[in-house]
Design a protein around this ligand. Structure first.
Ligand code: CP
Length: 318
């Protein structure tokens, strides 16, 4: 999906964050550097700076979320913005108000930035064409989850000191995963070598992926591709997006694709275990692996606040 013509302001500053496909290596590096400073703010006794005082951020969630919604709320508040949480349930959307009319209403109420999650791929792109401020995609359908990818990049860079040259394995329900797609843009742009691992039915045709990322490795053999990996990221089996019949059974899926301690032992000794959450423990990841010393799953969640602060700050132009 291409960014709207208004993706940048007249001064060349980024206006929207819709996916990572239009981010350069330099811009990603700058955001990760800014997130380091934001993390320092979050480590203080008083975790708040006045940077966005007077700005209004609306968290507009049309689909469930715990991590993304709360971390955007904490990020906005840590920057002293007015943060308003909008959920479709209980709003005039239930009376039939359209997405565009909802956006115009929020604009009339003074929103400067919209953070938006929607079950329809592309919905934030449509909103970006109608809203005068900035739009941040907090996850749209199967398409993109750019802020998750940025916090994943940040976590890896903080832990391993670099991204370039790393072997990154993304395993699981790739077909339905917006996290996989945005991480593909992010990790490949930053010079990592990415392997996608899934049953054939949960990845689709190899030619589809290779058309955009020709250097990708695609496989259904986790035991083999995990060998020597620096990062292994497992994805949730998205039962709500499956049209049925894509895997024989959960037990069969786990047998070949779950992250077990034995499998992780085949990776590099420093290998990071990642999961964007929410997890189906016992399906794509075993409970002992999720809390092992190699797991950075809780760190990913915590880093989400600093990375989202960095984005809000940069989009505000302050
Ligand atoms: N990773 C992620 O998007 O989690 P939530 O659905 O809880 O926001």
């Amino acid at each position: 999906m291409s960014a709207p013509a208004s993706a940048a302001t007249a001064r060349g500053r980024r206006r929207h964050v819709l996916d990572l496909d239009d981010f350069s290596t330099q811009e990603i590096d700058e955001i990760l550097d800014t997130a380091v400073s934001m993390k320092e703010v979050l480590g203080r006794a008083i975790k708040q700076v006045p940077t966005l005082r007077g700005k209004t951020i609306v968290n507009m969630f049309f689909e469930d979320s715990t991590r993304t919604r709360i971390s955007f709320e904490l990020a906005g508040k840590a920057l002293s913005a007015n943060v308003v949480n909008f959920t479709a349930r209980g709003s005039s959307v239930e009376k039939g108000e359209s997405l565009i009319d909802t956006v115009r209403t929020l604009q009339a109420l003074g929103a400067d930035m919209l953070v938006m999650r929607h079950s329809e791929s592309g919905a934030p792109y449509l909103v970006a064409q109608h809203f005068h401020g900035s739009v941040i995609n907090a996850g749209d359908g199967r398409h993109a989850h750019p802020t998750q990818a940025l916090l994943d990049l940040f976590t890896v860079r903080q832990r391993l000191g670099r991204i370039e040259g790393l072997k990154v394995v993304i395993v699981g329900d790739i077909l339905h995963s917006r996290v996989a797609r945005s991480n593909l843009w992010g990790f490949t742009r930053m010079g990592a070598s990415v392997t996608l691992c899934a049953p054939q039915t949960l990845i689709g045709p190899e030619s589809f992926w290779k058309a955009t990322w020709p250097d990708l490795t695609i496989t259904s053999n986790l035991d083999e591709c995990i060998m020597g990996a620096d990062v292994v990221m497992t994805l949730r089996l998205q039962k709500e997006r499956m049209e049925g019949g894509l895997i024989p059974s959960l037990r069969e899926y786990s047998r070949f694709f779950a992250l077990t301690a034995e499998r992780v032992a085949r990776a590099a000794p420093h290998c990071l275990v990642m999961h964007p959450g929410p997890m189906n423990e016992g399906v794509e990841i075993m409970p002992d692996v999720a809390v092992s010393t190699q797991s950075v799953i809780e760190e990913q969640v915590a880093n989400g606040v600093a990375v989202r602060m960095a984005l809000l700050y940069r989009l505000s132009g302050e």
